[in-house]
Design a protein around this ligand. Structure first.
Ligand code: UDP
Ligand code: MG
Length: 321
C-alpha cells in the first residue's frame, strides 16, 4: 500500500512541526510506503521556511509553494495532480483533525470505499461557523442527493482514481464528496474527533458560507453532471409558456366567435408569462451554447477500460490474452 498525505496550508507556521511529528508517529508503524505533499498556499509567515527544513530532513516530504494565495481548492488540485500513492489522504494543517484517525480511514478504503470523509460530530468552532455550516450541509445534501452530514471536513481519504478524475477549482473543495459521488464513486462517512484551533486563526469566516451557496449552483450547472442548462431552463420555460398560452387561447377563441374583446388581468398575465417563458428559454439556450464552446473532453470515471490497442497505434506493447 502506498499513501500520499496531502496538507494544504496558509500561514500555519506554528503547527507544522508538531503536525509532521504526529503524522510520522502514525504513518511509520503502518509499514507501507508513503509521501507527504505540503502545499503552501502563498503563506506570508514562516511556513515555507519550516517546510524547507522538513524537506531537508525527510525524503518523503514534497513541498509546493504558491507565490500568492490561490485558495484551498487550488492547493488540493495541484497536490492531487502530483500524488503518487494508491491512497490519498488530505488533512488540514491546523491540528484540528487527529492524524491518529488516518489508519481508520485507510481501512475503509481498503474495504472497498472510494472516498471516506470525516464527520466532525462535535465541531469545535464558534457558533458563527457551526450554525451556517449545518445549513450549508443540509442544503448541499438535499440538492446533491448525497446523504452526508459533513461535506467540508479537512480529513478525507481517497482511492487514487478519485483524485485523478475530479477537478477541484474555484472554491469547489467544499463539494469534493459531491463531485466524486456524481462520478459513481462510493462515498462514505466516518465520525472523527475535532479539536479547537491551537495556533493562528481560521482562514474562513462565516461570510464565506453565502459564497458556498453560489458555489453549489456552480457545481450543479458547470460540472454538468446534475443539471444541463437547457434542460433546466427549458423546462421552466415550457411550464410558463403553457400557463401563459392557455388563457390567451381562451380569449382568442372568444374573440373569433364574435365576443367583444375586453382587456382582463388574466389576459395580461398570460402575455407576461409568454414573454418571460421566451426569455427564460433563451437564457437556457445561451448557457448551452456557451458551455458547448468551452466544453473540454469530459473526464469520465471508468470502472473497467478493457480495450486492446493495436500494435501500430501505441508506444506501449499491447497485452495479448
Ligand atoms: N487553507 C489554505 N488556503 C486558504 C485557506 C486555508 O490552504 O486560502 C488551509 C488552512 O491552512 C488549513 C485548511 O486549509 O490547513 C483549513 O482552513 P481553516 O482551518 O482556516 O478552515 P476552518 O477549519 O476554520 O474551516
Ligand atoms: Mg481549521
Amino acid at each position: 500500500m502506498t499513501v500520499s498525505i496531502v496538507v494544504p496550508l496558509y500561514n500555519e507556521e506554528e503547527s507544522l512541526l508538531e503536525l509532521f511529528d504526529r503524522l510520522e508517529e502514525v504513518m511509520k508503524p503502518l509499514g507501507g510506503d508513503y509521501e507527504y505533499i505540503f502545499v503552501d498556499d502563498g503563506s506570508v509567515d514562516k511556513s515555507l521556511l519550516v517546510l524547507r527544513e522538513l524537506h531537508e530532513r525527510s525524503e518523503r516530504v514534497n513541498v509546493i509553494s504558491f507565490r500568492r494565495n490561490y485558495g484551498k481548492s487550488a492547493a488540493l488540485a495541484v497536490a492531487f495532480r502530483e500524488a503518487k500513492g494508491e491512497y490519498v489522504v488530505t488533512i488540514d494543517a491546523d491540528l484540528q483533525d487527529d492524524p491518529g484517525e488516518i489508519p481508520m480511514l485507510l481501512q475503509r478504503i481498503h474495504e472497498g470505499a472510494d472516498l471516506v470523509s470525516g464527520w466532525k460530530r462535535n465541531r469545535q468552532d464558534p457558533i458563527t461557523k457551526t450554525l451556517p455550516s449545518r445549513l450549508f450541509n443540509g442544503v448541499t445534501s438535499l440538492m446533491s442527493g448525497l446523504k452526508l452530514h459533513d461535506f467540508n471536513c479537512g480529513l478525507k481519504a481517497y482511492r487514487k482514481e478519485v483524485v485523478k478524475t475530479i477537478s477541484v477549482y474555484g472554491e469547489l473543495h467544499r463539494f469534493i464528496p459531491v463531485l466524486a459521488g456524481w462520478e459513481g464513486f462510493r462515498v462514505e462517512e466516518i465520525k472523527v474527533q475535532h479539536y479547537k484551533r491551537k495556533y493562528g486563526h481560521s482562514k474562513y469566516g462565516s461570510k464565506r458560507f453565502l459564497n458556498g451557496f453560489f458555489d453549489l449552483v456552480t457545481v450543479m450547472f458547470v460540472t454538468r453532471r446534475a443539471l444541463n442548462p437547457l434542460h433546466f431552463f427549458g423546462r421552466i420555460s415550457v411550464i410558463l409558456f403553457t400557463l401563459g398560452i392557455i388563457p390567451s387561447m381562451i380569449f382568442l377563441i372568444q374573440w373569433i366567435s364574435g365576443e367583444p374583446m375586453r382587456v382582463r388581468p388574466i389576459m395580461l398575465g398570460g402575455f407576461v408569462l409568454i414573454i418571460v417563458a421566451l426569455q427564460v428559454g433563451s437564457i437556457g439556450l445561451l448557457a448551452e451554447m456557451i458551455s458547448a464552446r468551452t466544453a473540454r473532453e469530459p473526464n469520465y470515471a471508468y470502472r473497467e477500460y478493457l480495450v486492446r490497442h493495436s500494435e501500430a497505434s501505441s508506444g506501449e506493447s499491447p497485452t495479448r490474452v
